[in-house]
Design a protein around this ligand. Structure first.
Ligand SMILES: C[S@@+](CC[C@H](N)C(=O)[O-])C[C@H]1O[C@@H](n2cnc3c(N)ncnc32)[C@H](O)[C@@H]1O
Length: 419
């Protein structure tokens, strides 16, 4: 470990400042291009000690838990609160531009849209039992230490107001010494809580946790390592005009506002299609919006998500028919010959992307494609495959679903230009 004076010249993909030195690059969290700093350096990583000259883009972070100057230990939930908004938005858009360029894709990339404070409705907290109850917060950057938070500028106001309740719930479920995750989804019917941890529940513990949950206000459901413990109200999400009761621990887009932007882009692009196929559909975020205009076939590997989607579609009024199919799209992508009957296709895979599926789409004649992704690197790979098959990108929109983190959501729209 040595103290060094460093000039930060750029930001890395995780949002750390980078200094070029004679012995290689040094990554320093909480710094910005234009900063001159001192840092304690060890094996290419630096801990910020002092900012000697501040970057013109350095601003006061809005959250008291952020950054190395915080009185509390620093929360690792956000990486870039100390950056002026315009520079931050340019940097995030740049992540998408460089991912596309690395695949030789030259196309216009729109401005970053969305990203308001207090818009995050799905939050994954870290928690651990303490002598007096539980600590609920986020891991310190690069550490297992949990930093307790009294407020979070990213999470919805309802989640902020419920932090005391959520901390009590964390204490109720913390049966071992180990840390665990508490995922909170803020739904119209109350909070959907999912605990993931290295514990096994005894029958007595199960009954005690259920009794505690019954007494707490605002909690719709609690599941424990995938097992439903109690459902006081079915949690509710609305996709377009249709209300869905998502399964415990099922995938939910992190921000409702970002989801609405994605939904508008996808439905706007595919609205003239009589028949649409929605691949990696989850419980119907896009399917149920698309069904306002089109017959939709939804394909997904999670049975519970599909069952929720199917139930919602059957009870919905005023939408076109929806069919569902359980299928592992990595091992058994929908073949190009099966895509003949569709005029529109949406796909929204997990971070690994949809390489095998993209190869089949590339051979198809589906006129319009909407590609949604939370990982620009795998999206760029999949788009390269579609372009080689004769598709043309008509727009790329980066969306700030994960405010002040290094993650970015993208919607790319394509049309078939040749065969
Ligand atoms: C990013 S989520 C998108 C879900 C949905 N489109 C939404 O917006 O809520 C990815 C979805 O892909 C599903 N999935 C993951 N691996 C899969 C696979 N091999 N085959 C089919 N679906 C898969 C997950 O269950 C999840 O629902």
């Amino acid at each position: 470990m040595s103290a060094q004076t460093l000039d930060i010249s750029k930001l890395g993909g995780q949002g750390d400042g980078i200094a070029e030195t004679a012995s290689g690059q040094v990554f320093v969290p909480f710094t910005l291009p234009g900063d001159v700093i001192t840092a304690a350096v060890d094996k290419g990583r630096g801990t910020l000690m002092a900012v000697l000259t501040a970057s013109a883009n350095r601003v006061e972070p809005p959250c008291p838990h952020f950054g190395p100057d915080s009185d509390d230990a620093q929360c690792g939930g956000c990486a870039l609160q100390h950056m002026a908004d315009e520079a931050y938005r340019d940097w995030k858009r740049g992540l998408v531009v460089s991912a596309l360029e690395s695949r030789g894709i030259k196309t216009e990339v729109g401005d970053l849209v969305g990203g308001a404070q207090h818009s995050r409705r799905r939050v994954v907290f870290a928690a651990r039992r303490t002598e007096t109850g539980a600590v609920l917060g986020f891991n310190k950057a690069q550490s297992h230490q949990i930093v307790p938070v009294e407020s979070c500028v990213v999470a919805t106001a309802r989640i902020n107001a419920a932090l005391p309740v959520l901390t009590r719930m964390a204490a109720a479920v913390a049966i071992g010494k180990e840390a665990f995750r508490l995922t909170v989804v803020d739904t119209a019917a109350g909070f959907d809580l999912a605990v993931d941890g290295p514990f096994k529940l005894s029958e007595t513990e199960r009954l005690r946790i259920i009794a505690v949950t019954r007494k707490e206000q605002g909690i719709a459901r609690l599941s424990f390592n995938g097992e439903l413990l109690i459902e006081k109200q079915p949690p509710q999400l609305t996709f377009g005009t249709v209300t869905v009761n998502p399964p415990p621990g099922g995938f939910v887009q992190a921000s409702e506002a970002a989801e609405a932007i994605m939904g508008d882009l996808v439905t706007g692009h595919l609205k003239k299609a009589k028949r649409v196929v929605d691949l990696f559909s989850g419980s119907g975020t896009f399917t149920l919006r698309l069904a306002a205009n089109s017959h939709v076939h939804a394909v997904e590997s999670e049975e519970a998500a599909l069952a929720a989607l199917d139930r919602a579609a059957r009870h919905a009024q005023g939408i076109k028919p929806v069919s569902v199919e359980r299928r592992d799209l990595f091992r058994r992508p929908v073949m190009f010959s099966e895509l003949k009957t569709y005029q529109g296709l949406a796909f929204d895979p997990p971070r690994a992307g949809a390489e095998a599926q993209a190869r089949e789409i590339a051979k198809s004649m589906v006129p319009r494609i909407a590609a949604v992704s939370c990982n620009p690197v795998t999206l760029a790979r999949d788009l390269e495959i579609l372009i080689a098959g004769g598709y043309r990108i008509t727009s790329v929109t980066p969306i700030d679903q994960f405010l002040w983190s290094s993650h970015v959501e993208v919607v790319a729209l394509l049309e078939r230009s040749r065969r």
